[in-house]
Write a new protein. Structure first.
Length: 223
């Protein structure tokens, strides 16, 4: 976990392409997106208080609404993209959210267009707005190479995703929740099915080529 925290810290120290004299973590306003180990977009958000604060809440063990409700599992985040919007950061704080909304919608539309599921995991609806011209994002991988094999293993991801789904379903069963949270459950179950199915067919092909996985042949004549 310490290595991941360092990778996140290093990502936030990347120069802001819109204002190279400051780091991206110092940018006051912008849009961010998270991607899983397949490059699948899983979450989009905006910040009017700075990327360092917002991303820290999501990714470094501090609680955010998305994490607390089991909408977002930080374990699944492999890479991030960040769009700095300094002209909005220069606005009074009370004006930033309304100015950010159409940019968030633009990123959201781009993400769902390239998603295999046509969806991300956000509970809340992204308010529609006029599409905006986006600056080039800062893109960073936050999982170090030596951790990647364990984190990205399909069986580990299947177990983790199934656990997250069970917690999300329990949360839904115990209280009155939004339709968006139920939509997140649907999207997560589709993602789990695709991952489990892909793993099954990959192993089935391996069995045909190499024999059953993990089978130990017993000596003849034992029984």
């Amino acid at each position: 976990m310490q290595a991941i925290r360092k990778a996140i810290t290093d990502a936030l120290r990347v120069p802001d392409p819109q204002r190279p004299r400051q780091t991206i973590g110092q940018a006051k306003a912008g849009i961010y997106a998270f991607y899983d180990y397949d490059g699948e977009p899983i979450y989009v958000g905006q910040t009017a208080e700075g990327f360092g604060v917002r991303l820290g809440r999501h990714l470094t063990g501090q609680r955010s609404d998305a994490v607390a409700k089991y909408v977002l599992d930080p374990f699944e985040v492999h890479a991030i993209s960040v769009w700095s919007l300094p002209h909005i950061g220069d606005m009074p704080a009370r004006e930033r959210k309304a100015a950010l909304d159409p940019y968030e919608y633009t990123v959201y539309q781009n993400l769902v267009t390239h998603s295999a599921y046509g969806a991300v995991l956000n509970e809340g609806d992204i308010p529609p707005g006029p599409l905006q011209e986006l600056p080039d994002p800062v893109e960073c991988v936050i999982i170090p190479d030596d951790i990647f094999p364990d984190r990205s293993h399909p069986d580990v991801r299947i177990a983790r995703r199934a656990h997250t789904i069970s917690l999300l379903a329990k949360n839904i069963s115990e209280r009155k929740v939004s339709a968006g949270l139920r939509r997140t459950l649907v999207t997560q179950t589709e993602r789990l099915h695709a991952l489990a199915e892909g793993r099954f067919f990959a192993l089935s092909a391996a069995v045909e080529d190499e024999g059953p996985e993990g089978v130990v042949e017993e000596p003849e004549g034992l029984f």
